[in-house]
Design a protein around this ligand. Structure first.
Ligand code: PLP
Length: 441
């Protein structure tokens, strides 16, 4: 088989000669070959097995090669592989219906996109059209995607070289471990972050703000579960000033936090919900916006000036129907919640006690961050070199990690078994001991 017969070196060489990679200087890359997977493990071309504690880009919630999803894609491919968005298609309608069934009351329509960035792009567009306003407030610690408005709504370094879209304002969100508000309790952090948000709205001019766009739980930025009351407070502010509340559930949604939607744990209902990743675990690229009735009805007699050739692609739709069906039947979201509460959470708390290098652990479900510091008092992040050494040590022990800044994100698929979760955490424990000893020396 030409796909599996090649060596790791051959695949790397083929990649390096022709593939231009994301977010990188191209010169010194060494991408790791992966040729197949099953559940929570992947293999390279030489049969080396890795426990996937990254879920790739935190999207393979249902695990690799789920047979029901693979079969559904194959069946749909035999029936109709592609159809223009303007036609009616039963698989697409069923996918939209299943997504709406998971959303709160009052969300009746889905606009499908190619991924998460254009989901946010279109949610922002809807908010601007509905309010007749321009500005969008989002957080400094956030990632919303790599297109016009989505990358400028993003808070991290990737925004800065791409800052061409207008009308974007950023605020700090609650993050007690590195509080921007001199807070010492979650209550203080929450109240002060809300006060800061409201003051920014007033200073910008409330009547200019179309939307507040927030990841329900900031993901790549560090998995900061919002304190109790923060999102409800944002909801109140949005209502007070006539601002559309958009929750980005691209990474946090569809089981990752142990809930179907992360906001289910926060007693809040947004106006627009954006999704991608976990909805079909990325088996076919897809994303979308779940639209509240009031906003959907705005476009009953007014043209929505947006569309994509592949909006509601049938292969993507078939994979959504199968993935959500299997996640329901197999209790996959409950598994994520239980593994988080009974295995990952307690074990990470133990690691935090034992390893001086661990500054904080936080998360829920299969969505956790281990924040590493060289000094617990000053909370100084460990260096990129230390993170590089940690990544290499984890890989050499068969664990494929998700590393972001000074953090290890513990983000296995939602189907991860208790034994796999324990095995992965043992590897992390061993590597922290080894690297921690090096740091102390
Ligand atoms: N929003 C969040 C919270 C994400 O984590 C991501 C991707 O990592 C995106 C949006 C962008 O999604 P995509 O890469 O599918 O465009």
């Amino acid at each position: 088989d030409p796909l599996t017969a090649r060596s790791n070196a051959d695949i790397s060489q083929a990649d390096r000669s022709r593939v231009f990679h994301s977010w990188s200087a191209q010169g010194a890359l060494a991408p790791m070959p992966i040729v197949s997977g099953s559940g929570s493990v992947v293999w390279d071309a030489e049969g080396n097995e890795y426990l996937d504690f990254s879920s790739q880009l935190v999207n393979v919630n249902i695990g690799h090669q789920h047979p029901k999803v693979v079969a559904a894609i194959r069946e749909q491919a035999e029936l109709l592989t592609t159809v223009a968005p303007a036609h009616a298609n039963a698989t697409r309608a069923r996918a939209a219906e299943m997504i709406c069934e998971l959303a709160p009351e009052g969300f009746e329509k889905v606009f499908f996109t190619n991924g998460g960035a254009d989901a946010n792009e279109n949610a922002i567009r809807m908010a601007r059209l509905v309010t007749g306003r321009d500005k969008v407030i989002s957080r400094y610690r956030s990632y919303h995607g790599n297109t016009g408005a989505a990358i400028v709504a993003t808070g991290d370094w990737r925004r800065i070289p791409n800052e061409y879209a207008r009308g974007h304002v950023h605020v700090f969100g609650p993050y007690l471990y590195r509080s921007e508000f001199w807070a010492t309790t979650e209550e203080e952090e929450c109240a002060r972050a809300l006060h800061h948000l409201e003051r920014v709205i007033q200073a910008e001019g409330a009547s200019t703000i179309a939307a507040i766009l927030l990841e329900t739980v900031p993901g790549t930025a560090g998995i900061m579960t919002p304190p109790k009351g923060y999102l409800a407070g944002v909801r109140e502010i949005c209502d007070r000033y006539g601002i559309v509340m958009i929750l980005d559930e691209v990474m946090a949604g569809f089981g990752r936090t142990g809930e179907w939607f992360a906001f289910h744990a926060h007693d809040v209902t947004p106006d627009l919900i954006t999704f991608a990743k976990g909805v079909n675990s990325g088996y076919v690229p897809v994303g979308g916006v779940i639209i509240s009735d009031a906003i959907a009805h705005h476009f009953d007699d007014t043209v929505f000036p947006g569309g994509l050739t592949y909006s509601g692609h049938p292969l993507a739709a078939a994979s959504i129907v199968a993935a959500l069906g299997a996640m329901r039947e197999e209790g996959i979201v409950d598994n994520a919640k239980r593994i988080g509460a009974e295995v990952i959470g307690p074990r990470l708390a133990e690691l935090a006690e034992r390893h001086e290098i661990v500054g904080e652990v936080r998360g829920s479900g299969v969505f956790w961050a281990i924040e590493l510091v060289s000094d617990r008092e000053t909370r100084t992040p460990v260096t990129p070199a230390t993170m590089g050494a940690i990544k290499a040590a984890l890989l050499s022990r068969g664990l494929l990690p998700f590393i972001a800044d000074n953090r290890i994100h513990v983000v296995p698929p939602c189907v991860v078994t208790e034994a796999e979760a324990r095995r992965g955490l043992e590897v992390i424990d061993a590597v922290l001991a080894e690297v921690g000893a090096g740091e102390a020396a």
